[in-house]
Structures are given as structure tokens and as C-alpha cells.
Unconditional design. Structure first.
Length: 283
């Protein structure tokens, strides 16, 4: 095997500290300020993400999953691949103007949903709820998303040299994360923890690819948000679980292999389901 567990750990650390943060600062700082109607649509989208994560916690309690399974499955159901997959697909289907409204949803994915997920992972790892929540906002990916969003809302830009450096690092996050994911999936069970149960993985996949898009379609449709936002929100909600979930679960040592399997499973299924949703929304 060319790469082993230690190499996967190094690749994950790069994505965690450099790759994803650079991408988020670079992209979110350019999204601009949302108007009143768009803000309401973003709030509805955020409420849907929080609701699906709360639902997964409830389902986990009913099915007697352990803390790690409940936390990991909740994060896997709520954090989608909006930045690397959702926005490019939405722009191809609905036109380049969707990039501006879609950037707000990426911010919600990586600020609200990721912060909630990281807080849950910390809680599952034995920390108090308060400490886990505070630690979530010190997470480099959440902090980068907050920083990029703040720059956009304040109408600021990074200095030229720094902006070019961040822009150069931004495209590297996803490819490196996917390599690390492939390495972890190929490791023997004893090399990276016990194999996960399939129940949390399967339920998280159903919630992410089916329940969440339906929920977003109905809830966002109740707001005065632009029609383009409504369509884009539904499409982004139908994206597979973000590779960031694998990076976070591995960094916290909670549901790491389960997170990897959920990312791989939802990505494989989304090759069909995301195309179907895009065709339906475009019709």
C-alpha cells in the first residue's frame, strides 16, 4: 500500500488547518451582503439544517446508538458538499448568478451546521456541552468560515499578497481530503479503529439525500426569497455529505470510520440522485 494511516493523518491535518480554511476565506469573502428577502431564505435554510441534525439525535436515541454514532450521524446528515460540488452544479444548471446567493448557504453549512456538528463531536468525546460549543468556534474551519463571512458583510478584502496566497491554497483542500478519505477506507479495521455499525451510516445517508432536500423545498418555499435561491437551496441540500465531516470526525476521534463511510456512500448515491433533483428543478 502506497499510503498508510500516518500519511492519512498528515493529509487530514493539512486539510483541517490549511486547505479548507483557505477555501472558505477565499470564497466567502466575495459573497456580498444579502438583502431582506434573501436573509429570510437563508434563515429558513439554516433552520432546516438544525432540524435535520436534531432529528438524527432523536432517531439515535430511539435506536440506542452511542454518543459517537449520534453525533457523527447528525453531522453527516446536516453538512453537505455545497462548496466543492453544490455551487458548481447549481451554477451549471441555473446560471452563474446563483453563485452569489449560493455563497450564503455555504457560509451556513460551514458556520452553523459545522459548528453544531463539532460541538456534538466534542460532547461525544466526553467534554461538557458548554466547552464543546466554545471549542467549536475555535475550530479552524468554523473560524475561517466566520472570518470570510465577516469580510463579506463588512465589505472588506484581504491585502493583495495575502489574498493571492490564500487563493493558491484554496483549490487544494478537496483533492487532498479525498485522497485521505480513500486511504482511510482502505485501511484494515484494526489500523483505524473498530468498524462502524451500518445503521447510523444508512440513516444519515437517507436523511441527507432525501429528507433534507424535501424539508428545504417546503420550508424555503414559504419565504419571500428569490426563486433562484429556492431552487439552489434545494439542490445544495441534496448534495452528499461533505468531505469536511470525515476530516472533523477523524480530527476528534469520534465516528471516524463511520464518517468516512457516510461520505463515500452518499457521494456514490448522489451520482444518480443529485442529477435527478437537478433535472426535476430545471423542468
Amino acid at each position: 500500500m502506497l499510503l498508510d494511516g500516518r500519511m492519512a493523518q498528515g493529509l487530514s491535518a493539512y486539510v483541517y488547518w490549511i486547505g479548507f480554511p483557505a477555501l472558505l476565506v477565499h470564497s466567502l469573502s466575495r459573497m456580498g451582503r444579502p438583502d431582506h428577502d434573501l436573509t429570510l431564505g437563508l434563515a429558513a435554510y439554516a433552520a432546516c439544517l438544525a432540524a435535520i441534525m436534531a432529528l438524527m439525535i432523536g432517531v439515535g436515541l430511539a435506536l440506542r446508538w452511542n454518543r459517537g454514532e449520534r453525533a457523527g450521524a447528525a453531522m453527516a446528515a446536516g453538512v453537505g458538499n455545497s462548496a466543492f460540488l453544490g455551487l458548481p452544479v447549481a451554477a451549471a444548471v441555473f446560471g452563474p448568478e446563483v453563485a452569489r446567493v449560493g455563497a450564503g448557504m455555504v457560509a451556513i453549512d460551514f458556520v452553523l451546521a459545522t459548528a453544531l456538528g463539532v460541538a456534538l463531536l466534542g460532547w461525544a468525546g466526553g467534554r461538557s456541552v458548554w466547552r464543546s460549543t466554545m471549542q467549536a468556534f475555535r475550530n479552524p474551519i468554523v473560524a475561517a468560515a466566520l472570518f470570510g463571512t465577516a469580510l463579506a458583510l463588512l465589505g472588506l478584502q484581504l491585502p493583495g499578497v495575502l489574498d493571492r496566497a490564500v487563493g493558491a491554497a484554496a483549490p487544494s483542500g478537496s483533492p487532498v481530503a479525498l485522497v485521505a478519505l480513500g486511504v482511510v477506507l482502505g485501511l484494515p479495521a484494526e489500523a483505524d479503529g473498530a468498524p462502524p455499525r451500518w445503521s447510523p451510516v444508512a440513516v444519515a445517508a437517507i436523511a441527507k439525500l432525501l429528507v433534507l432536500p424535501v424539508l428545504v423545498w417546503f420550508v424555503v418555499g414559504l419565504t419571500p426569497a428569490p426563486a433562484t435561491f429556492h431552487l439552489a437551496a434545494t439542490l445544495l441540500a441534496a448534495t452528499p455529505t461533505a468531505v469536511n465531516v470525515f476530516i472533523q470526525t477523524r480530527a476528534y476521534g469520534v465516528f471516524a470510520r463511520g464518517g468516512a463511510r457516510t461520505v463515500a456512500l452518499t457521494t456514490a448515491i448522489a451520482c444518480v440522485t443529485l442529477s435527478a433533483v437537478a433535472v426535476w428543478l430545471k423542468a
